[in-house]
Structures are given as C-alpha cells and as structure tokens.
Design a protein around this ligand. Structure first.
Ligand SMILES: [Zn+2]
Ligand SMILES: [Zn+2]
Length: 373
C-alpha cells in the first residue's frame, strides 16, 4: 500500500509498504478521505513539535475492512497496552458496539495513557502524555490504517463520507463551545472565522446563542453569516478593534455589557488581548486558537471583571456529536469544503495552504479508495 511520508521540511515521499496486520482490539480502516488543517501545514513546514519522518493525517474517514476477533458487536475492544482504550477508567464510549465490516466510520485520533491524573478524572484530551494519530505518530495519509476499535465513530446514514472527515474539527469547535458553558439568549463573540470559528458559530447558534463573528477577511465573514452569525465585524490588522462604527454595533448587540462569551479561534496574540478587553464582566473566554507566541494580557481586567479564562484542546470524544452537527447542516458542511485534491497531489494541497492566495475553507485529500460514498 502507498503512504505519504513527510520526510523533512516541505518534502513528501510516497512509499510502498506491506499492509498492516490485524492486532487484538484493532480494526483496519480503508482510508477514503482526509482533510487538512493548520496543524498539518505546521507539521509539513517542520514548525511543530512532531518528529519527522511522519505519515500525517488526523482528520479522516473510511470503511471498516477488518475487525479483530472479539472486537466486533458487543465489545469495546482496546487491549493494546501501548494505545490505551481508557475503558478501564469509565470514559465515555464513542458508540462502536455494533460495528461491522463495511461500515462507514470517522476515527478519533487522540491517544492517551488512561492512567495519569487528567485521564483518571475524565480529562484524557489533556492527558499528560497525550498523542494524536497523524501529529505525533503515523496517521491517515495511507491507504489502510490500523486503529483501536474504540476510536471508530460510525458515520450517520445521510452524511457523505467526505464530509465525515470533518467530524474531528467539528468536535474541536464543540469542545470549545462546551467549555464556555453557553446559555440560550446570551451573546457570544467568535474571533476568527476559519473552520473552527465557523463550526463553533454553527453550534452556538443551534444552542440559541446570538453570535457576532470577527475576522480580517470579508469572504470568511460572508461564510459566517451562512453559519448563523447575527452580525460580523471586519478587523483591520494594526487598527483599533472594534472601530468607531463597530463599537456601537457590538454594544447594542450586547445591551451595552459586552459579550458574555468569547471564543478565541485565531491564535493571534492581539486577538486574546481584545477578548479580555471586550468580554462582559463575569464573562467567559475560551482560547482554542494555538500559537507559540506570547500575548500581553491585562492583569487588571481579569480580576476586575472576574473573568473565566479557559483553554480548549481537541475534544472529549465529541466526534460522534461533530458528525451529527455536520449531518444537521449539510449545506454549511459542503460550503466549508472548498478544495479537493487527489492523494498523488498532496504536495500541491500544502503549497496552496502555504500560499494563502485563495479563499480556503477545508482542503480534502481524496484517497485512492475515496469518493463520496
Ligand atoms: Zn486538524
Ligand atoms: Zn493520561
């Protein structure tokens, strides 16, 4: 089978290797679709704490081709001590009890130890030894992958398999929203209208929250309206945000108090600074954008407004919920997927992301077995 190996900075090598054998507690998944995100770009640019060479790909969907004996209906599987199932600590099962060969699945790429204190308290997405298929160990840019059976998430009947690859980013957006404890009738400010910000907007809107989206690109804000944003604010880098026209709009949308919840989905330091400045008293901020850079946060606003400042990382088994969110909004899900490349053109996809010259939502890599089954 053919795998795409990121061998060094911005260099992909396609290599033939034997197909994986079925281990206890595992399933073999024929990969059909992989979507790429900013993390993938950073890994490819060798600007991420991953070690190369690496088979990338952590957002993916495919068809179950083989199930280890005992890993079929009625069991949760997961006996490999190297890739803990977490079932021993009573973690929520993603709902794979009735899987069969031929089933359409998305895959939860998180790997955790199941033994450390965060894992034992159910916070395994921030396991002290957390891993991710395609980021820290080999992932899905290969024709056939072996994964612990409890990582499989059945794809709803009416959800196309290519869209199902976005179950993972949808789960990240939902985790960020859940961390923020939104309540119907509140107003949220979502900073950044990339895929995570847009999917967070979609979910918040479903929950009855009024969402204001801010981004530096008008075309992304146009998409934000399709995802439910009640208003949008165009940010001009280097200028005051919100500007003199936007400030009264934001005030009127929040009864003059500021948003109760801010989701920071850009990873730009000034954006977190804006979040702390703009959020209402007693408000909540969820930082989901990731950056190695430092932000200059106000040590007055945080205590004066008694803010809850929270981080959000990957998700607590929300891929089934992410798939359901996408299935409820087929038009928006389809609009998010702006580009499509054949597996053999993987490098072109990375170059496109790197160039930032086109309007890019999600980029889909169609694997040889893929299609829109
Ligand atoms: Zn991703
Ligand atoms: Zn752990």
């Amino acid at each position: 089978m053919l795998s795409a190996i990121t061998v060094s900075k911005e260099t992909i090598a396609f290599r033939d290797s034997p197909e994986p054998t079925l281990e206890p507690g595992h399933a073999l998944v024929r990969v059909h679709n992989v979507t790429l995100c900013g993390t993938d770009l950073h890994i490819w640019e060798d600007d991420y704490p991953s070690e190369l060479p690496l088979v990338q790909g952590h957002e993916f969907s495919g068809i179950v081709e083989a199930l280890a004996p005992g890993a079929g209906p009625g069991t949760a599987g997961g006996s490999d001590p190297g890739v803990a199932s977490g079932s021993a600590v009573g973690l929520r099962d993603p709902g794979n009890h009735n899987l069969s060969i031929g089933d359409r699945v998305a895959v939860n790429p998180i790997i955790y130890c199941g033994r450390c204190r965060p894992c034992r308290t159910g916070r395994y997405n921030v396991c002290q030894d957390v891993g991710c298929l395609g980021c820290y160990s080999d992932g899905a840019l290969t024709e056939l992958i072996s994964v612990p059976v409890e990582k499989l998430c059945p794809v709803p009947d009416h959800l196309p398999l290519d869209i199902a690859a976005m179950g993972e980013p949808a789960s990240i957006a939902m985790q960020a929203v859940n961390r923020g404890r939104p309540e119907a009738g509140e107003t949220a400010l979502v900073l950044g209208s990339g895929p995570i910000g847009l999917l967070a907007t979609l979910y918040l809107t479903e929950l009855g929250v009024k969402v204001v989206c801010a981004d530096t690109e008008q075309h992304r804000l146009d998409l934000a309206v399709e995802f439910g944003a009640a208003d949008t604010l165009l940010v001009t880098p280097g200028l005051a945000f919100p500007d003199e026209h936007q400030a009264p709009r934001l005030a009127s949308l929040t009864d003059g108090y500021g948003p109760q919840l801010v989701i920071e989905a850009t990873g730009v330091p000034s954006s977190l600074e804006n979040a702390i400045r703009l959020v209402a008293s007693a408000g909540r901020i969820v930082q989901v954008g990731i950056s190695p850079r430092q932000a200059a946060v106000s040590m007055k606003d945080i205590p004066y407004k008694e803010l809850d400042l929270m981080g959000s990382r990957m998700s607590l088994n929300l891929i089934p919920d992410g798939l359901a969110l996408l299935a409820r909004h087929p038009g928006q899900a389809r609009a998010l997927m702006t580009h499509r490349f054949a597996f053999s053109d993987l490098e072109k996809a990375y170059r496109l992301m790197q160039g930032r010259t086109e309007k890019i939502g999600k980029i889909l890599i169609q694997m040889p077995a893929g299609g829109t089954a």
